[in-house]
Design a protein around this ligand. Sequence first.
Ligand code: VAL
Length: 453
Amino acid sequence: MEQREQWGSRIGFVIAAVGSAVGLGNIWRFPYMVADNGGGIFFLVYLFALLTAGIPIMILEFGIGHKYRGGAPLSFAKMNRKFEWLGWWQIIVCFFIAVYYVLVIAWAMSYVYHSLSLGYADDPQNFFFGNVLGLTGGPFELGGIQTQLLIPLVLAWVITFLTIYTGVKAGIERIAKVLIPILFLMIVIIAVRGITLPGSAAGLNFMFEPDFSRLFDFKVWTAAYGQIFFDLSIAFAIMITYSSYLPKKSDITGNAFATCFTNCGFSLLAGIAVFSILGHMAHSQGVAVKEVAGAGVGLAFVTFPAAIATIGGMAPLFGILFFLALTFAGLTSLISINEAAIAALMDKLDMNRQKVTIIYTGVAAICSLLIATGAGLYILDIVDHFTNNFGIVFGGLLQVLLVGWFFNLNSLQDHINSASQIKAGSWWVFCIKFVTPLVAGYTGIMTLISDIK
Ligand code: VAL
C-alpha cells in the first residue's frame, strides 16, 4: 500500500476545507433559503444549527478521518465493519450532488461572459429560461443542451479532473490557496458596494428581521439544518476524506472552528452583498424587498442579474465579480465532492489516483451532460430537495446515531482532544448524542410526511 498523501501545511488544510465548505451553498443557496424561510428567523435557526450540529459534526468528522485515515467507507468500516454502508450512502449522495452542482457552475460561468454586455438585464426571466436553459415550452420539455452551456460544463469538468488527478497537495491545496483569497476579496468588494447603495438598509432588514411567527415552522428548521449540512460539506463524506490527509499531530477542534466560522462568516458576507443590492433594486422600483426576493433557485440567475443592472455605470464589473465569485466558490467545492468519491474508490479498489480519477470523472461528466438539457432546472430542483432533505439529513442523522450510540464515542473524544487546544468536552458529546439526532430526526420525518402528503 502506498503511503497516504498529506496536506502541505495546517493552513493549507484549512484553506482546502474552507474551499470545500464555501461554495454555491453560500452564494446561491443561502440567500434564497433566507428569502423563502422568513428572513431573520431563518438566520437565527441557522446559527442555532451551526452551534449544535455544524461545529460538533465537523469536529466529529475531522476526528474520524484523522483517526482512521481513510475515505468515508473505509473509515466507517475501520470503526465497525457493519458501518461501511453508511460511507457508501454518503458517496452516492456526493455523486448526485456533483452531477447537478456542476450545472449551476456552468450557468455561473456563462453569466460571467454575459455580464460584459449585461445581456441578461432586459428580460432576465426569459434570458435564463430561454437563452441559457433552452426552455421554451413546459417544464418537462426535454430540449437539447445549449452550446453556451456545453463549453463551461466541459471546462468545469476539465479543471476538476486536472486538480484531482494532480493530487492532494499539488492539486487540491494549491488551487484552493489561489482561488479562496480572491473569492473573499471579490465578495467583500460587492458587499461594500452593496451597502453604500440607496435602499440597501431595507434589504438588510429583510435578511435580519426575524418573523417570530415562523419559529415553530418545521420547514424553517428543515431548511436551516439542511443548509448547515450542505453549506459546511458535512454528512456526505467530504470532511472525513479531507481530514484523512492531515498529519498525525493535528489540532482537530481548532481546525473545525476555523473552518466553520470562516464558512459561515462568508455566508453572512454573501447574504449582505445579495440583499443590499436587492434592497437597492426594490428601492428604485418603489416596492417592498419581499416582492423582489422570493425566487427560489432562480434568485441568483433571474432576480440578482436584474438587481445588478440597477447599480449604474459599474454594473458589468459587479456582474463579472459576482458570477466569477460563484464560479470560484463552486469549483473548489466541486473538486471536494468528487475527491470524496474518488478517495473512497481508491481505498476500496486499491487503484491509483490517476486511474480512478479518469474513470470516475468521466462517468460523472457524462451523467451531468445528460441532465443538462432543457429540463435540467426541474431535475435539479427535485434532486436538490431529495439529496438535501433525505440523503444528507438522514446520512447525518445515521452518522450521529451510529457513532454516538453504537460506538465508543469516548475513545474518539480522547483522540480528538489529544492534540487540540480547545477540548471537545461534554457539550460536544451532548450535541452528538442528543441535540442533533433529535432535531435532524424530527425535521427529516416531518419532511417525509409532508412529501408523502
Ligand atoms: N459546501 C459546498 C457548498 O456550500 C458544497 C460541497 C455542497 O456549496
